[in-house]
Design a protein around this ligand. Sequence first.
Ligand SMILES: *Cc1c(COP(=O)(O)O)cnc(C)c1O
Length: 370
Amino acid sequence: MNKPSPRLVQPQILEFKPYSPGLGIDEIKEKFELDNVVKMASNENPLGVSPIVQDVITANAALAFRYPAAGNPALTRAISSYLGIDPELVVCGNGSDEIIDLLIRMTAVPGRDNIAAFRPCFSIYELQSRLCNVEFRQADLNPDFSFNWEGLLSMVDSNTRLVFLTNPDNPSGFAVSGSEIQAFARCLPDDALLVVDEAYIDFADPVEKFSILRQALGSHRIVLLRTFSKMFGLAGLRLGYAVMPAFLADYYRRVRLPFSVNILAEKAGQAALEDTHFRDATRDLVIKARQSLSEGLSSLGCQVYPSQANFIMFKPPVSATEVFEKLLQKGVIIRPLKSYGLPDLLRVSIGTEKENALFLELLKAIVNEG
Ligand SMILES: *Cc1c(COP(=O)(O)O)cnc(C)c1O
């Protein structure tokens, strides 16, 4: 048989390096023959899925044979009333990943335009840019992981369509105020959009200081991304949303695949927005445990980076790779940051009190045996 012709796929796809996800629980159970595995690798909700939302998913199971309403108008209205804003400005997607992908495809002309972000950053921005054959430019964060605004601005030229920013940032947990971001947005040329990814904003304290929501409403050039994957505990259902200028939201609704947000995600999302008890419980747990986990890590000799998110980045006093591997063998999965270009650092998602205690206990043993 002849080899398939490389011309059958686009050149940027021939050399595509896929997203590297955190390891899965089943994989590790099997590999190390463990009964219990704790996953603290993907910043999921430590409390799981809200019981109220679980009931709603079950109650709607029989609707799975129906197509959802195209464009998910009921969910969009629920999100806009949760935020207290005009529904015209809100769109939803199959995770914020889908919205990131579509924003790139809607705005950037392949081979001409470019997209800018910090390095390191959430890898989906770069992967989808590459997939679309759009140049992706990065400015290094400051050594302490704070935002290097001058560096980012220096990447921007007349062909820059999108500038991505994650606040609070992943993987560091660093965050800036909404007004600081607004000041940066004002420096951008008129034909560039600032996309602020607020996947972790619900864990910032206080949210109002860090979120760009109010400023975004008065701007034609700010897009805000949010997700149901973290505080709302629905990562597996794939649901995200964005607040964007009305003209852009209008185009977005025209180009999005009509049924990409499925009917159960739609029902679950609406129920999750109403379940204030679950959200408060999640936020309280994360904010308290963030403090105690940071202290625990410091007392073991780790360098801990301050976090406004539901994870903590740290540098252990011994090899990060060894720490990661040894924790894995004991059934605790955390995130090595090699794929972010940070081989000496680790990221741990905040778990339940029990999970956090187990993690610290195992880490202590690893550090002490050197
Ligand atoms: C987790 C995460 C998201 C969420 O993506 P979904 O597709 O909504 O699950 C978005 N941005 C960042 C930076 C994240 O870490």
